[in-house]
Ligand binder design. Structure first.
Ligand code: ZN
Ligand code: ZN
Length: 169
């Protein structure tokens, strides 16, 4: 068994399906919720994407995998529907690396920028928030793996909900 901070089926963010963006998002009144189409890119612009809808469950994560991958104390993750994301750069899709049998990370094969994370059994994809060109409405609502965060990091957010329930069926 590979070592994972996301054990017992727990992925980051949860693989629990949710309704389409805008239908239940708690940040629907945030300024950025009105942004229907956003763009994001890696540092060298070989991998570029467009993503539709309001970000779902923006949160920070300080798990061991993501602090190592990112080189930072936490990663800001934003959920979007998989079918709302299109790869538009010259490199097409990123290169994928599985950090867990059912969880893949996408990064630029040229500059190494870490861009997305996707669980096989989810229709959502999570995007590294700071890869977006425009981040309004992406303030995190929680912080996963707070207890693994660097001890000097001041944490002001609660735990991210591990399995948010849709507001309506
Ligand atoms: Zn790149
Ligand atoms: Zn994590």
């Amino acid at each position: 068994m590979p070592s994972s901070p996301h054990q017992s089926g727990q992925t980051d963010p949860p693989a629990t399906p949710s309704s389409p963006p805008g239908n239940r998002n708690p940040t629907v009144d945030a300024p950025g919720a009105a942004v229907a189409l956003r763009t994001g890119r890696c540092q060298c612009e070989y991998i570029v994407y467009q993503v539709q809808g309001a970000p779902d469950g923006p949160h920070l994560c300080s798990c061991r995998h993501e602090t190592r991958i990112s080189g930072g104390p936490a990663v800001l993750w934003l959920g979007f529907r998989k079918d709302g994301l299109t790869w538009t750069g010259p490199g097409g899709e990123p290169t994928w690396y599985a950090t867990w049998p059912t969880l893949r990370r996408g990064f630029c094969p040229r500059c190494g920028t870490h861009l997305v994370s996707v669980a096989d059994d989810s229709h959502m994809i999570t995007v590294a928030g700071f890869s977006l060109d425009e981040r309004s409405g992406t303030d995190p609502v929680g912080h996963s793996f707070r207890d693994e965060a660097a001890p000097w990091m001041t944490i002001t957010l609660d735990d991210a909900p591990l399995a948010p329930q849709p507001a309506s069926p």
